[in-house]
Design a protein around this ligand. Structure first.
Ligand SMILES: NC(=O)c1ccc[n+]([C@@H]2O[C@H](COP(=O)([O-])OP(=O)(O)OC[C@H]3O[C@@H](n4cnc5c(N)ncnc54)[C@H](O)[C@@H]3O)[C@@H](O)[C@H]2O)c1
Ligand SMILES: [Zn+2]
Length: 387
């Protein structure tokens, strides 16, 4: 797919902010991106005038950014209450969801109640699913505070909780009424989380926009240093690409699958090492290296194209060598991936600069690329991503 012209309309007067419109069959809304948005009343203008608002967050994020948001929206609602869930992927579960319902029902929240999801992808996914189901649907606002959530999970309307038997197994497609990405929140993010989020930013280049890949290569230092101008462009372009892809294929019947570049290998790493050993973005970064070289092995791109991606990920501080696992284990994990069809592993592969396609690959070719890119010694992404 060729790189496309920017689809955003800079309808804001501020040079340090951007608005990306999203149009899906499930809803139209704006992604607002900039500095100081959390505390700016204008960020929340024109949202539904609900009597009740609930800010769903966790203690980590609430302590850093909760009051800023609560103050900014106080005048818009009769009552604003925070609901803090424990911090961590393991709490993206039915028990936390139940706590949201309990809070909403016990405080008399009606079907107009507006939910604000203040946090990373865990809070966003769970709050979105609660909003989709409470009284058959209440509006919600995504206020993502991790780079991963700003460029990926808050956009596109996938909401979910985990089940003991699988990640994201219970969920719904449900679009927010707005997404507000305050770049200032990224300043408090641990460096390892920022770097992991960069993997999802980098992802958009190879699959959809070679010029963006070049821009990231040229601006990686500024991104790692947290420079607002660089972050603004990275978040904005990522959201534009995701919005374009999701707008064409909200329910992932085809095109949307390219957003999973690196994820088949990445999910196998996460599941094989035990969830949490590597951050999702770290596993996806390594998965992109494997998928790029697999594409080169199949003659779809040149070896230099694959090495270019590997080099960028290494510069970002992401692991580029796979953890050691038996070949049969890799294949078993990838066959169980949600994206596999009838046991056939399907990979997002690159078939040109800024273009991706989904196709299967023979087991021996896949195992060969893994073997060539497996770390000699156990890898430790924590160390790799240290400042
Ligand atoms: N819906 C989708 O399309 C989609 C896409 C990708 C990922 N996801 C989901 O997103 C989740 C991962 O999201 P994540 O990477 O944001 O993880 P996360 O939500 O667990 O956040 C990572 C950590 O950073 C902390 N944190 C968040 N914002 C902070 C800030 N500004 N300052 C300091 N600390 C902060 C959190 O409390 C947490 O400890 C997974 O559950 C994944 O399944 C969903
Ligand atoms: Zn991802």
């Amino acid at each position: 797919m060729p790189a496309t012209a920017s689809s955003s309309l800079p309808r804001t007067a501020r040079a340090d902010a951007a608005i990306v419109p999203v149009a899906t069959p499930g809803g139209r809304y704006e992604i607002r991106i900039g500095s100081g948005l959390l505390g700016d009343a204008a960020s929340w203008a024109e949202l539904p005038q609900a009597a009740d608002a609930v800010i769903v967050s966790n203690p980590t994020v609430w302590a850093l950014h909760g009051e800023t948001l609560a103050r900014a929206i106080a005048a818009r609602h009769r009552r604003v209450t925070p609901l803090l869930l424990p911090d961590g992927e393991q709490y993206k579960d039915a028990a936390s969801l139940q706590r949201v319902y309990d809070h909403l029902l016990s405080t008399g929240c009606d079907r107009k109640t507006l939910l604000y999801a203040l946090g990373g992808g865990v809070i966003g996914d769970l709050t979105g699913f609660a909003a989709a189901t409470y009284m058959r649907g209440v509006p919600f606002v995504q206020v993502p505070t991790t780079l991963l959530a700003q460029v990926d999970s808050s956009v596109g309307g996938k909401t979910a909780i985990n089940h003991p038997l699988g990640k994201n197994m219970i969920g719904a497609f449900y679009q927010p009424v707005r997404v507000v990405c305050d770049l200032d929140t990224l300043a408090t993010l641990p460096r390892r989380e920022l770097v992991a989020g960069l993997a999802e930013v980098i992802k958009y280049g190879p699959i959809h926009d070679e010029a963006f890949l070049g821009w990231i290569e040229a601006n990686l230092g500024a991104l790692l240093a947290g420079e607002r101008g660089a972050l603004l462009h990275a978040v904005r372009r990522s959201c534009e690409i995701k919005a374009e892809v999701v707008g064409a294929d909200e329910r992932e019947s085809g095109l949307r699958a390219i957003l999973n570049f690196g994820h088949t290998f990445g999910h196998a790493i996460e599941a094989g090492l035990g969830f949490g050993a590597w951050l999702h973005g770290e596993a996806v970064g390594c998965g992109m290296v494997l998928a790029a070289h697999l594409s080169a092995d199949l003659g779809m791109i040149g070896r230099g194209d694959a090495e270019r991606i590997e080099h960028l990920l290494a510069r970002a501080g992401l692991p580029t060598a796979a953890p050691s696992m038996p070949g049969a284990r890799w294949l078993e994990l990838m066959r169980h991936d949600k994206k596999a069809e009838a046991g056939e592993i399907r990979f997002v592969l690159l078939d040109g600069p800024g273009a991706a396609t989904v196709r299967p690959a023979a087991d021996d070719v896949v195992l060969d690329v893994i073997r060539r890119h497996t770390a000699a010694a156990p890898t430790a992404p924590t160390a790799a991503a240290a400042p």
